[in-house]
Design a protein around this ligand. Structure first.
Ligand code: SF4
Length: 379
């Protein structure tokens, strides 16, 4: 295949749906977690769940970087503007995520706070160059995909001697989150993990490669298939997972060979390792404190670390009452299980992070699935 349309071909999708229907074992369930919010979005946009037999269920995971950021870190970003008078540069999705006391970065901006939406780290560097009299902080979030550009920006700022630029680092790591899901008390409470296999993330895997998932296949006996973002990618990957489960295999397979290798992008990995190191632990919305699950800026680059330059206390804040984001991010509930879905909580008036980002499960359900029949719960 050469063009993206071919990965959305209806006839091929029908053939794959028939192959899946022919191979599923009607005596069992297949609960397949898509870790990545991009997959959740594609599954709903193209109606992939509707093409699956009833006993093949997609379980949505914590792979939306905006969704998993705890409220306390957004409160910290608000403090940077209110108490330290910085120019805060942030990706657009983050602006509308609810913080404590009914605040958000967008409301802060509307009230006169200097919050600027950027499309890249390079935009933030430009703003720092243009405002030498002000401190400029880049609010860095994301999985392994968005980490290399942050590392590049820090090295660039160092090379240019930009003394008014720093990074509020919130980059998180995929394998640690997978471990947390598989090790969660809920899994142990039932005696078995409610997820049978994983769709490995696409963009993240292009950076870290498929090798880090081998541990999950070997140690937890969970098959992993790295899947592309198009509907045929997801259907082919579902078929590969179903075959592994039917045959009692738990291996790492790579459907997304057009972008992902076993080793990944070693140049990007080296760059990130030069500038950042692992935190002992980091709080994830829905998963709580997860060891070795995030990055911080190395002491050699402390001059560009907003957490060293400014006083930022650790803030523990609860989600809005009734918001089921934490359980949705653990794959235990679906958005339609939330009483606020589509009533109080909509994309125009989000109550939780999962309704904000286009990669969030609630936003995907709202955009493409809110008129469908309710589906069974993941557990
Ligand atoms: S619908 Fe809104 S309130 Fe409910 S879980 Fe999703 S984001 Fe939270």
């Amino acid at each position: 295949m050469k063009y993206v349309d071919e990965f959305r071909d209806r006839q091929l999708a029908e053939q794959l749906a028939k192959a899946i229907a022919a191979e599923v074992d009607s005596a069992r369930e297949y609960r397949l977690m898509e870790f990545c919010g991009g997959h959740t979005h594609a599954i709903f946009r193209y109606g992939v769940q509707d093409l699956m037999p009833e006993n093949v269920q997609f379980v949505h995971g914590p792979g939306c970087p905006v969704c998993v950021l705890p409220i306390g870190r957004i409160d910290n970003a608000i403090q940077l503007v209110q108490q330290h008078d910085v120019i805060l540069c942030s990706y657009g999705d983050l602006l509308r995520v609810p913080a404590s006391k009914r605040m958000s970065l967008l409301k802060l901006k509307a009230a006169g706070g200097d919050v600027r939406m950027v499309y890249s780290t390079q935009d933030a560097l430009r703003i720092a160059r243009e405002n030498p009299q002000r401190q400029v902080v880049f609010f860095a979030i994301g999985f392994e995909t968005t980490t290399p550009p942050t590392a590049v920006a820090i090295k660039q700022a160092q090379a240019e001697g930009l003394e008014n630029f720093s990074v509020f680092c919130n980059h998180v790591l995929t394998p640690a989150a997978l471990t947390a899901i598989l090790e969660s008390s809920e899994s142990h409470g039932t005696g078995r993990v409610a997820i049978d296999g994983f769709f490995g993330p696409s963009h993240v895997s292009s950076v870290i490669g498929s090798r880090p998932y081998e541990y999950f296949a070997e140690h937890y006996h969970k098959p992993v298939v790295i899947a592309g973002f198009e509907p045929l990618d997801i259907m082919q990957s579902a078929l590969m997972l179903i075959r592994q489960l039917n045959e009692g295999r738990s291996e790492v397979e790579n459907e997304y060979i057009r972008l992902v290798s076993r080793e990944g992008n070693t140049k990007a990995q080296a760059l990130v390792a030069e500038v950042m190191e692992r935190r002992a632990e980091f709080e994830w919305r829905g998963l709580g404190l997860v060891p070795d699950s995030a990055l911080q800026i190395r002491p050699e680059f402390a001059a560009f670390d907003a957490e060293k330059r400014f006083t930022l206390p650790a803030i523990s804040a609860s989600d809005i009452k009734g918001c089921e984001c934490p359980r949705i991010l653990r794959g235990q509930k679906r958005p339609t299980d939330c009483k606020l879905f589509g009533t109080v909580c909509t994309p125009e008036n989000p109550m939780g992070s999962c309704m904000v980002s286009s990669e969030g499960a609630c936003a995907a359900y709202w955009s493409y699935g809110r008129f469908r029949q309710p589906q069974r719960q993941a557990q």
